[in-house]
Design a binder for this molecule. Structure first.
Ligand SMILES: NC(=O)c1ccc[n+]([C@@H]2O[C@H](COP(=O)([O-])OP(=O)(O)OC[C@H]3O[C@@H](n4cnc5c(N)ncnc54)[C@H](OP(=O)(O)O)[C@@H]3O)[C@@H](O)[C@H]2O)c1
Length: 336
């Protein structure tokens, strides 16, 4: 099968940094589905993998996590899907990626592909939706079916891949959503994707949120750079409020700053369940199934903004370069 990857680290602006390879078709075992991949999306995690993975000369590293495709073969323990099913998923950080004709993925982290979306529209969604879903409904503990009227959520980075689904999911759950964006197009995009209002992350968030009439917010979802926004988060979180970050920090942060407010801080990593084979692995199948239905019902909109075609090393490299600008609005997808 054809796959796109690399056997040695080169800068992304080197035309040979990614290459096409002819690899054996993988064989499914256990709960594995073998999926014929039709489209993949590009996430900042591809860049993390690209910089992190130590390539072996005889075994190319294959990036790519988000995928939409059709089940082609199944392992003996599979019960949730059958050959011919259209699926979408965000995959597993420890396994070979989706930038390939075929990929193996555990059925318990796979959902049925939305039926009313194009393959590119569908491929844009799994990783960001799962991240937003787990951050809001698991790590912040928001019940989407409860009455959340009057509860406020601040989303730091509203227009990026995760932000533009998180704002939609939070709006669906009935929260008041304040999201950050700095450019006219990202402000308009964020408002069109569930944010009630926006503030500018290039300026101090505290006076801007207070000027909207919110001394504090109940929840904060941090999606850009935790240490850059930490002091604003500490100021703005309500006493007993909850904070979740999906990014990280380049410097140690002082959690003691949250003690007086007895605020809760949580991390979200979308790959935790697959990485550690947790008992609740199959909750990702359940979440993706709900997300698929919400997309088909029009409750959620695909966040696709850019499609690269065809599926070549040059197109994958161009998509990675776009994501590396940290100016993405929505998602970039590579379609076969
Ligand atoms: N933990 C997990 O499971 C997980 C999952 C997915 C992603 N991530 C991580 O989460 C981060 C966001 O990913 P993504 O795909 O959503 O990002 P993205 O699409 O690359 O985000 C691009 C957006 O970042 C905004 N931005 C730039 N500087 C900012 C700042 N100082 N403060 C706030 N926003 C700023 C830009 O808005 P303007 O143009 O308006 O300035 C732009 O729209 C990445 O670090 C990624 O690696 C983690």
């Amino acid at each position: 099968m054809y796959a796109i990857g690399y056997t040695q680290h080169r800068p992304l602006n080197d035309p040979d940094s990614l290459q096409g390879f002819d690899l054996p078709k993988p064989q499914p075992t256990g709960h594995d589905l073998r999926v014929r991949v039709n489209a993949v999306s590009v996430n900042p995690v591809d860049l993390v993998g690209f910089q992190r993975d130590a390539p072996a000369p005889d075994q190319p590293a294959i990036l790519g996590w988000d995928a939409v495709g059709v089940v082609d073969a199944i392992g003996p323990a599979v019960t949730l899907f059958a050959p011919g099913d259209a699926v979408f998923y965000a995959g597993d950080f420890s396994r070979s990626g989706s930038d390939a004709d075929y990929q193996l993925v555990d059925e318990r982290i796979v959902g049925p592909a939305p039926q009313k979306l194009s393959v590119a529209q569908a491929a844009a969604m799994p990783l960001t939706s799962l991240t937003a879903w787990e951050a809001l409904f698991e790590q912040l503990g928001i019940d989407p079916h409860a009455n959340n009227q009057g509860k406020t959520l601040l989303v730091i980075n509203g227009a990026g891949g995760v932000g533009s689904v998180a704002t939609q999911l939070a709006h669906w759950a009935g929260l008041t959503v304040i999201a950050t964006a700095s450019r006219p197009e990202t402000i308009a995009w964020t408002r069109a994707h569930g944010a009630d209002t926006t503030v500018n992350h290039r300026q101090d968030l505290v006076p801007q949120v207070r000027a909207l009439g919110h001394q504090y917010v109940d929840y904060i979802l941090e999606l850009s750079n935790l240490n850059q926004h930490w002091s604003e988060i500490v100021d703005l979180i309500k006493p007993s409020g909850k904070i979740v970050s999906i990014t990280g920090s380049e410097v140690p942060l002082d959690l003691r700053a949250l003690k007086q407010k007895r605020a809760t801080f949580a991390w979200e990593w979308m790959f935790t369940k697959a990485w550690f084979h947790t008992d609740d692995l199959q909750t990702q199948h359940a979440a993706l199934t709900t997300i698929s239905h919400l997309l088909d019902q029009g409750v959620l909109q695909s966040t696709l903004t850019k499609t690269f075609q065809p599926f070549t090393a040059e197109q994958v490299r161009a998509a990675l370069q776009l994501v590396a600008t940290h100016k993405m609005m929505g998602k970039a997808v590579i379609q076969r």
